[in-house]
Design a binder for this molecule. Structure first.
Ligand SMILES: Cc1ncc(COP(=O)(O)O)c(C=O)c1O
Length: 467
């Protein structure tokens, strides 16, 4: 691909994703040349091609601006995407299964590096729990789950200034069960549910499983869901619920500002729509304090807040919870019909860990380590990927979102990389359309060992081949 074509494709992508809006002035030829490391002639050629294709308009002495009609057309078609039937499960299953190979450089799955768990302490808590488990423990821990654990979780909310009663908390088998039960509690097959675009694939699987229809709403990698597009979706479709992440979104990584969370809450209240808030990563923030969820602004009791210990303590415990508000009883009944109860020894072990160990100090170390690892992985990717590739690195968490030129198919990249025991999460997993087929998510929670550096270098070569 010639250099000017790379720039054409880059700017088209940026118009697609809403970086440049109708009427926006593109950088001057000189600035663009400096920024892209290209000659003035190359940039001029790219701008002229964009003009001939109707993407931009040139104004004498004022430079190039994004053509209103084209940008509007792209943004309107991409902003709200209704899908009658979601069908992603098989592909996601294959991608996750591939991660089971122990020789795999696993940049594709969403699990935290297991070496970051306080394994020794957790094992001691497990042993203590099993030793002291009373005979009545199964009955004691039936839904809504272990009483002490629900109180401990309620206290963590209180520390954030949120008033969540232990009575409205239901302990679940991981965050995913909390989310699935919440969705079942408020929807019936055939209902419309809003998701982000791109969204966590678990949401798409859940919608597929429950026979729900998806409306994918435009979501900006830096600023999150576009509230204007969301309102348009709420006006044009009888939306029953929204499944959204307001903190450290998977796959993009952004967190909504407090103001935007308040606006979101007000909008959902105005249209009387349920919010199923997926908040499994919020402990992995960067900064002074844990970000509040939108649940903190729930004026009408229609928001269920779902989280877990999977991303912060041990993935394998499979313990999560939902602060379910008015849905608490319904969720307990649904749980009783499906899983009966969350594993008792594991609930007890968690109570033991939280009451005898310093979870806060573990979290502080975890946050610091992840921040360093994400920066190191990003630098390594930057060193090996061509300049036309854009890496989004939002604050906190451990995901990087990598955007290749629009014509590159990351499902093809995924297959090529997999043959060399490198896994990535291709954009196709996160959407109901092919809109993100040129992107992939990268799990940066692992230490940048020599083997990982080699894998990233090889990934870079494969990307160059495809470009
Ligand atoms: C965004 C998101 N939500 C929910 C989950 C599921 O959480 P858990 O492992 O606690 O079930 C995951 C796991 O990857 C996730 O990434």
């Amino acid at each position: 691909m010639a250099k000017y074509e790379q720039l054409v494709s880059q700017i088209q992508q940026q118009i697609h994703t809403g970086v440049w809006l109708a009427g926006d002035k593109l950088p001057s030829l000189r600035k663009q040349a400096e920024h892209a490391g290209m000659s003035l002639m190359t940039v001029l050629q790219a701008y002229q091609v964009l003009e001939s294709q109707g993407w931009v308009v040139s104004y004498p002495r004022s430079g190039y601006r994004v053509a209103p009609k084209m940008a509007q057309q792209v943004q309107d078609t991409m902003a709200v995407q209704p899908t009658e039937s979601v069908d992603v499960n098989d592909f996601i299953f294959d991608v996750l299964q591939a991660s089971r190979n122990p020789r795999m450089a696993s940049f594709g799955h969403a699990y935290l590096d297991p070496a970051l768990a306080p394994r020794h302490q957790v094992n001691k808590s497990l042993t203590a729990a099993v030793r002291t488990m009373p005979l009545s423990s199964v009955v004691d821990n039936l839904p809504p789950g272990n009483d002490e654990l629900r109180h401990l979780i309620a206290k963590r909310y209180a520390a954030q200034g949120m008033n969540i009663s232990p009575d409205e908390i239901v302990i679940t088998a991981g965050g995913l069960e909390a989310l699935n039960l919440s969705l079942r509690a408020v929807t019936r097959p055939g209902d419309w549910v809003v998701v982000e675009s791109p969204t966590f694939y678990g949401a798409l699987q859940s919608l597929e499983n429950l026979g729900l229809k998806a409306i994918a709403v435009r979501t900006h990698p830096g600023e999150g869901i576009d509230l204007g597009s969301l309102e348009r979706a709420l006006q044009t479709h009888p939306v029953r619920a929204c499944w959204l992440m307001t903190n450290l979104q998977n796959p993009l990584g952004y967190s909504l500002s407090v103001e935007k969370k308040q606006q979101l809450a007000a909008l959902l209240n105005k249209y009387q729509v349920h919010l199923i808030e997926d908040d499994v990563y919020s402990e992995l923030y960067v900064g002074d304090s844990k970000p509040l969820p939108a649940k903190a602004f729930d004026a009408q009791g229609r928001f269920t807040h779902c989280s877990s210990f999977s991303k912060t303590l041990v993935e394998g415990f499979r313990i999560g919870w939902v602060a379910a508000g008015k849905q608490a009883l319904k969720i307990q009944k649904l749980q009783l019909m499906s899983t009966l109860t969350t594993s008792v020894p594991i609930q007890l072990a968690l109570v033991h860990y939280l009451t005898t160990r310093n979870y806060g100090s573990h979290l502080r170390l975890l946050r610091r380590t992840l921040d360093q690892r994400k920066a190191a992985n990003e630098a390594c990717l930057k060193a090996h990927l061509p300049d036309c590739v854009r890496i989004y690195n939002a604050e906190g968490g451990y995901f990087l979102w990598v955007e290749l030129p629009r014509h590159v198919d990351t499902t093809a990249l995924y297959h090529l990389a997999l043959a060399e025991t490198i896994s990535i999460a291709p954009g196709r997993m996160f959407a109901t359309s092919d809109q993100f087929n040129h992107c992939f998510r990268f799990n940066a929670s692992f230490a940048l060992t020599d083997a990982h550096q080699q894998a990233i270098a090889r990934l870079g070569e494969l990307v160059k081949q495809l470009i």
